[in-house]
Ligand binder design. Sequence first.
Ligand SMILES: [Zn+2]
Length: 531
Amino acid sequence: MVKSTFTFQELKRTNHREIKELQDQKFRAFIRYQVWPNHQYYRRLFKDNNIDPFNITCVEDWAKYNIPLVKKVDYKENIPKFVINPSEVDGKPREPAQVVGNLLKYSKETGHNEMAKFVRNNGAKVKLKIGAKAAMGRLQSKMTEQFAPLQFWLSSGRASGLPSPVFLTRYDWELLEKNCVKAGQLAVDPFVKTGWEVISMNLFPYAPHLGWHAVNLGLRQMSKFYVATSAGGAIPSEKLVDIAGTFKANSITGMPSYMRNRFFRAMKESKDYQAPEKVVLLLAGEKIYDAALDDMISVLEEKGAKEIQAVGGYASSESKISFAAQCERHGPYHNVSPLMLAFELVKLNDDGTYDFVGDDESGHMSLFHLDSTGTVFEGFLLGDVASHQERGKCPLCGLDGPFFWDIGRTNDAEAQLDIMGLSEKKIKGATVNLTALRAELLSVSEIEEVQIEVAKEDMSDPYSMDVLNLYVAPKGPKNADYSSLIAQLKKMTKTNTEVTPGVFILDFEELVDKAGGMKFMEIIDSRPKPA
Ligand SMILES: [Zn+2]
């Protein structure tokens, strides 16, 4: 039987062959009855490449028919076209009966049984004119819930000064609510077996990004008690450590660099804090370095923790409704909702084609939605790389499904241009387009030249917090008072990148010398590389 999704328990007892079969079934119906009729960008893409969407039977067919992968830059230039919109087709309004018909076919073939029943019953009433008006009203409000964008979060930083929103509908939130809890369940599973209960704490930064919101939704469902805080700004880290101690939080989530450099540092210095015996640490949003994680674990041990389960999560604003998560510190990342989305590794060939990689090859991470409305992505290059993926039984936790190892960011600027069509830097977890920032800074009339530097708070510690520095050569006479210019540049950068920079005033010659003379380095990343 087709299913719309798995609960965590179902995921644990289903094998990868069954998962793959259901995954393909859902993908097929999703392409036929949601993407092809309702998604402007892919409709055009299929037409331009002479693809009959009814020939697509599995995710791998994307490569078989050589359907172009979508780069970040393609998305940024076509944001509204990526939103599922059933009310229009090829620029003309679509018949309501057709909208209802597509939704009925889609829900029947994807295991959305409640929805299929609802649409069928109310559709019949309208057709047979039995309580037609009320039935029509019910259908309309269902369509709004299903398709109307309700809110957005920001994809990655900004391009040419504009944010890139990813839109979510009420229906997306329903899916997210079911899926987000599974990432947490995977992390706490080894402890839960012993009757241990979750007292959780959210230390992701509060922002219009996926992280805080998804964690909030997940922890609230799976916890006996939930300390709904956030990192940065509102409450100082020392105070957050006190709160963690008071409520005996035993499941703590946040971004690695904040956790290591602020929260656990404050914890180390606290005289009163006592760690619970068993602690779960779920980190996401940035690469997790072993040495940084060792530091966090040693603080917890010093404070009395005996068993620590430290795992990473993987998601992106674009994955939207679900994630992958590690089962153990050195374990692979499991896709916790393989019927909602697929993560696939691809290798890009020199002739512009691409292939899905085999089990032992590394590749670029691509995303395929199998469900969801609002903004939807198929064959989307996320800009991450993984060492390899497998389908089968995990050697560590026994979960039998798709998983992948060693996820990291495509960091090299040139590689980024290839994969994403633009170059970005991750600074304090926020993705920042520094080329756009530089253009904006140069538009300030008092500025002659500027160099942007990404560095570390402590340059001898590769795991310390990121900092952004601006080296600025102003126009006009020297020795003026630059305090208002500095304030302006700080504000401008913060508005554009969510990061407050250090601003250093130099005279022009000095700046040119510093920035490399003839070969002026407009943007430098001087962060020391972790060993
Ligand atoms: Zn595992």
